[in-house]
Design a binder for this molecule. Structure first.
Ligand SMILES: Cc1cc2nc3c(=O)[nH]c(=O)nc-3n(C[C@H](O)[C@H](O)[C@H](O)COP(=O)(O)O)c2cc1C
Length: 201
């Protein structure tokens, strides 16, 4: 039995390759751990706020000292962090946008990367505060191919996600990709090739 958390970032629902790939990971996990619970956090629908002065203030104010406005503003962040804390396995489905991640996913990141809560600089060095026992799968979809060839150096999606997740303690990361889905010679096979990679440990 595992607590599985799916963070999605594509607005395309059933047409989304990244969600399709994440769902393959989830179905493999459910075969292996049939009693598992799955929570889906759709960051597009959730529409996390950009950080304004109230929310930023709330992040750096002790809970006992927060204003009512700050307390209200910080609720989405508290909930998003609690979801990560409760999860054993986290699947992040990522639509590559402009060589990077969708702004909906970046907004989620700005709600879960929090000083004193998910990371600290306590000993002068950054330390992730989430348990490194959690398994993370990235399910990335792109029209181009980024694992090899001329676009490899332009992939700001996977390196950024790997860094920022490790920064908060989530170091056990496996990536699957559906890539090349927009390229004439690859589009017929890209989806199946991506799905075939999925092997859940
Ligand atoms: C706004 C936007 C920007 C995109 N930028 C890129 C890109 O930089 N590189 C790329 O290979 N594909 C890019 N694409 C194509 C998507 O990555 C591709 O359609 C992918 O399948 C989206 O994920 P989804 O199927 O889960 O929605 C972009 C698509 C959109 C809508």
């Amino acid at each position: 039995m595992k607590n599985i958390l799916h963070i999605s970032s594509s607005p395309r629902g059933e047409a989304s390759n990244s969600i399709l790939l994440a769902n393959r990971v989830i179905s493999n996990l459910l075969e292996k751990y049939p009693e598992s619970k799955v929570i889906h956090n759709d960051t597009v629908k959730k529409d996390y706020a950009h950080l304004d002065s109230v929310l930023q203030g709330a992040y750096f104010t002790l809970p006992t000292d927060r204003t009512a406005l700050q307390e209200e503003a910080i609720q989405d962040s508290e909930e998003a962090v609690a979801q990560l804390e409760d999860a054993d396995v986290i699947i992040i489905s990522v639509a590559m946008y402009n060589f990077s991640i969708p702004s909906a996913l970046k907004a989620w990141i700005d709600h879960v990367v929090r000083a004193g809560k998910t990371f600290s600089y306590g000993n002068g060095k950054p330390e992730g505060l989430l348990s490194s026992n959690k398994k993370v799968y990235l399910a990335i979809a792109s029209n181009g191919v980024f694992t090899e060839g001329p676009l490899k150096a332009l992939d700001f999606t996977e390196p950024y996600l790997r860094f920022i997740l490790s920064f908060i303690g989530l170091t056990d990361i496996t990536t699957y990709r559906i890539e090349g889905a927009g390229m004439p010679d690859l589009k017929e096979t890209a989806v199946e090739k991506g799905l075939q990679q999925v092997a859940v440990a």
